[in-house]
Design a protein around this ligand. Structure first.
Ligand code: ATP
Ligand code: MG
Length: 261
């Protein structure tokens, strides 16, 4: 089981879009996938077709020890993967857990229970380096960092890298940067090209070859509660996320199974 955190404390860079569509693409390629929504906005939950207002349990109740893993996991029918859903009350976890024992280890402990069940666990982190993100980074084997190729893209990256270094020293020795992902890319923008060239220069081996283009279908799909593969499979966005899943599998030397959809 590989646990991959999708993180960047910068808002609106495509974390949730990547988490949902990577989960769906890996499922499409025959992998068993669990998507964990660590953001009180619950966008990954809704985008997977799960109604956040109708949940009995959520990742919040799981983290504070009020629900069991098995009772909390939901199925995304449109995505073909399992989901640990979020609801608004997750915002309270921050406060509730502040004095709790092993407060940053809660998710790791919970995920240990399902170690044999999944090939991939994808964590959608909120746009902050808070206790929820910390739980994600402590549980994760690696981090994928989505980035928009704009002027301030690299700002903040050093904060994230420093946080990761501290976590590696103190809380999670195995954590690695799995890779940087260029999202919402517009090839006609000179600035996007320049920033992209800089990323290639500085992060060569840590940069995914796959680039996610700006594609309106990716922005539309969540309002139907569907990953892009179930909304418009032939779109550029769907093809890009499939390519990303394939690149990820190839990097890990995992043999691809037959597509299941
Ligand atoms: P937050 O920091 O608030 O959690 P995020 O990093 O999770 O945001 P998303 O919610 O995935 O970012 O994306 C921000 C917005 O951009 C959303 O409206 C989403 O639909 C849209 N979007 C994401 N990726 C693309 C893309 N490749 N093309 C077009 N629109 C996109
Ligand atoms: Mg998000």
């Amino acid at each position: 089981m590989k646990i991959l955190a999708i993180a960047n404390q910068k808002g609106g860079v495509g974390k949730t879009t990547t988490a949902v569509n990577l989960a769906a693409s890996l499922a499409h390629l025959g992998k068993q996938v669990l998507l964990v929504d660590l953001d009180p906005q619950a966008n990954a939950t809704m985008g997977s077709g799960i109604d956040k207002t109708k949940l009995r349990h959520s990742v919040y109740s799981l983290l504070i020890g009020e629900s069991e893993m098995a009772a909390t996991v939901k199925r995304s029918e449109s995505g073909g993967f399992d989901v640990l859903p979020a609801s608004r009350d997750l915002a309270g976890a921050e406060v509730e857990l502040v004095d709790a024992e092993a407060r940053e280890m809660r998710l790791k402990t919970a995920l240990a229970q399902v170690a044999g069940q999944y090939d991939f666990v994808i964590l959608d982190c909120p746009p902050a380096l808070n206790l929820l993100t910390l739980n994600g980074l402590v549980a994760a084997d690696a981090v994928m960092i989505p980035m928009q190729c704009e002027y301030y893209a690299l700002e903040g990256l050093s904060d994230l890298v420093n946080t990761l270094k501290r976590i590696k020293q103190n809380l999670n020795r195995k954590i690695e940067i799995e890779g940087l992902l260029r999202t919402m890319f517009d090839p006609r923008s000179t600035l996007a090209q320049q920033v992209s060239d800089q990323l290639v220069k500085h992060f060569t081996s840590k940069l995914y070859h796959t680039v996610i283009p700006r594609n309106v279908r990716l922005a539309e799909a969540p309002s139907y509660g569907r990953p892009i593969l179930a909304y418009d499979k032939s779109s550029k966005g769907a093809q890009a996320y499939l390519a990303l899943a394939e690149e990820l599998l190839a990097r890990h030397g995992v043999q691809e199974a037959m597509p299941v959809m």
